[in-house]
Design a protein around this ligand. Sequence first.
Ligand code: GLN
Length: 486
Amino acid sequence: MGASRIASAVNAGELSAKEIVAAYLERIAELNGKLNAYLHVDSTGAKKAASTVDDSVSRGEKLRLAGVPVAVKDVISVRGLPITCGSRVLRGYVAPYDATVVDRLKRAGAIVLGTTNTDEFAMGSSTENSAYGASRNPWAEDRVPGGSSGGSAVAVSSGMAAAALGTDTGGSVRLPACFTGVFGLKPSYGALSRYGLVSYANSLEQVGVFARSVEDLALVYSSMLGADPRDGTTTNFSWNIRDAVTKGVEGLRLGVVVGISGEGIHEAVSSALSTTCKELERNGVSVGEASIEHIGYSLEAYYLIAMSEASSNLARFDGVRYGEHPAFEGDWNEEYSRVRSLFGLEVKRRIILGAFALSAGYQEMYYGRASRFRTMLIHEFREAFKQFDVLLAPTSPTPPFRFGEKTQDPLTMYLSDVDTVPVNLAGLPALNVPAGTFTTNGTTLPIGVQLIAPYGRDDLLFRVASQLERSGVSFARVVEPWGRIV
Ligand code: GLN
């Protein structure tokens, strides 16, 4: 059952939150050993929260997310649960408070089952950078689930959670959603609070949502919306997401972004794009080609900006305030080096490159130019949106890749983000929708495409996605390892 059905069954008294939680915990016990989606499962807390929800419902209270079991990426604070960011540096650290998004989910009756695996500090595209081992893609044993929010994507696609939170700095919700065949939303910048999120690159990232249907996504997303005094970048939007789901698409103008992936686009992805266009045309959408002239420079600009911000953000992990810090005697430099050496290779690389890009003499050449490019890209998107209501692009140039395939050369790993990063640079909302499958040597893999809307028009994504769902192009199902669809 998805989030919406669970909430209505619990509110109607047909099922108890306790029963739901017990079923999900059983599923986790059965599958998590294989899939490594959860880093920490909070059975006691989940059962307790479930009985609180059941009590409220029996008193006649209606809760929007009554009994909905959710998973939370291990970079978002859940009070009383460990938060490691997939890193050894934060081993043993327990979140002292709830992130605003988590607090709002709990108030709506959702139940946090646990925290999910991620590339260390959300830096990566496959979960292979996690200090706690990679997560596995339930579709195929030898394929990555995408990253960095891979654990959350796997939890939703394998039925170990009804919905999940991730973060998307450069694609970390959309890419794993695409690789595991579920819906994954990156909201407009400022739509969801980042209070309680461990920052990687503040100007780029947003909390995002995974779900197995558009309705579920709308339900969970709308429960967290609304400005937060604790995050000054948040704002209120006037649309009602749940109305958008029923609105239809007639008369909308869709622009297919050309040239976003360069030349390396897989044929299964191209054919998913054309199926999507055809289906929307059949429903009264006009389709054209959108050219965003300089989009091809986005990856370079993204990595310069992301690494610069990361080098500054990660300076706070010095072992004094966060993580395990056994009492030490002796030299401060030695202790500091010991703590900082707990970072993994990729994180170290980014701290060093980011510090370099910001250093005197180079700042203008790297960070400054990337920032000016960013402004130009925002203008180019704005121009494109004069002609089109919604844009369509690949989420990934290829289907899910194999473990180890891209770990030797960091550049090849960065290239898997080529389609997702422009959206973060421009602060736009975007949504991965499943768009069919691709079979190779007996292995079936999911394909996804992304819808992109103007800033603050997340509602348009939901209108188009729910049409695709109604037409049968986009649907997500629970997948048993390895690849058996329920
Ligand atoms: N793969 C990208 C990176 O490593 C995006 C990560 C993310 O969105 N958190 O920076």
